[in-house]
Design a protein around this ligand. Structure first.
Ligand SMILES: Nc1ncnc2c1ncn2[C@@H]1O[C@H](COP(=O)(O)OP(=O)(O)OP(=O)(O)O)[C@@H](O)[C@H]1O
Length: 299
């Protein structure tokens, strides 16, 4: 089976700032994929995204977006590629006095494949009138405007940095449906950084976690949420649970000590339940798994 060319890829990407180093970052978004990019505040998500989009120069490594090398993204070769990328950061890039309809006017001139009907339809469904000014939009409405702009120029790749942060639960549902629909034909992809891991539980195909500038896991989401479990053990169960061989992850067992007992990450919760029917084993969320990887120990 041939692996389709990635829409976005980074190899050993690095960037040094005073007090922070991004190092050895590998990342890939394939056609048809929604990739969730998670990590604590200051872990390096935005730095990675900016390096991929040519907004900052990486010090090490390389990568490509829609086949264009990332070091070309800020040059002439990147201009055509940028026509095919939709980017949403968590801040609005438009001045307060500009009306929504005027933004569409500017976008129409910037993007070859800009689709007025798609933009108008999205704005209607988001409840944002064309005469509203940017200054009149709430944070969530601003996010919706950015998302509509990103989607209405028919991109092949969407890069979203905390784009669902300001949305209420209903609007988030709507935005997640749009993103799922966006990748449905199998040719387009989404890279989405988010602290709202429940959004990623719902729509991500893969989850990549960065910590202190390094990738700490890159796993299919279903492997975490469908297969893995959190065994709620008492201290006296620990030796038999860890000795069973049913809790060994890629780098050994992952254990989190709690006030009431010990949580153990379980790669296959069905096998665990068969062997230890009396020990409660909950399904794992992305949040749980991040806690295990970022804060857990081996015992
Ligand atoms: N231009 C810059 N100059 C110096 N340091 C910077 C610069 N940009 C980012 N940093 C530092 O790089 C680190 C990573 O920042 P980054 O914005 O990539 O984190 P993040 O994972 O996106 O965080 P958050 O979840 O809070 O948005 C931080 O310590 C930040 O202070």
């Amino acid at each position: 089976m041939t692996i389709p060319s990635p829409l976005l890829e980074a190899h050993r990407l690095g960037k040094h700032y005073d007090g922070f180093t991004l190092s050895g970052v590998d990342l890939r978004v394939g056609p048809g994929e929604v990739v969730g990019f998670v990590g604590r505040n200051g872990a390096g998500k935005t730095t990675t995204i900016k390096a991929l989009l040519g907004l900052i120069d990486p010090d090490e490594g390389d990568g490509a977006v829609l086949g264009t090398p990332i070091r070309e993204m800020s040059r002439k070769a990147g201009t055509a590629t940028k026509q095919c990328i939709g980017v949403v950061f968590d801040t609005l890039a438009y001045p307060d006095a500009v009306r929504v309809r005027d933004i569409a006017g500017v976008m129409r001139r910037c993007y070859r494949d800009w689709d007025d009907a798609a933009f108008d339809g999205l704005m209607r469904s988001f409840g944002i009138g064309p005469r509203m000014t940017v200054g009149e939009l709430s944070r969530g409405m601003g996010m919706k405007l950015s998302l509509a702009c990103a989607l209405a120029h028919a991109p092949r790749l969407l890069v979203l940095d905390e784009a669902t942060a300001g949305l209420d639960p209903m609007a988030r549902d709507e935005a997640l449906d749009l993103l799922r629909g966006f990748v449905e034909d199998g040719s387009r992809g989404v890279l989405m950084s988010s602290h709202i891991t429940s959004d990623l539980d719902r729509i991500a195909d893969r989850v990549v976690c960065i910590d202190a500038g390094r990738i700490v896991f890159d796993r299919p989401k279903d492997e975490i949420t469908d297969m893995m479990g959190v065994a709620r053990c008492r201290a006296r169960d620990l030796d038999s649970v860890l000795g069973s061989g049913l809790c060994d992850g890629p780098s050994g067992p992952l254990v989190l000590r709690r006030e009431y007992g010990v949580d153990v990450a379980v790669p296959d919760r069905f096998a665990f339940a068969g062997r230890f029917p009396d020990i409660p084993c909950d399904h794992m969320t992305i949040d749980d798994y991040m806690h295990f990887v970022l804060e857990g120990g081996s015992r």
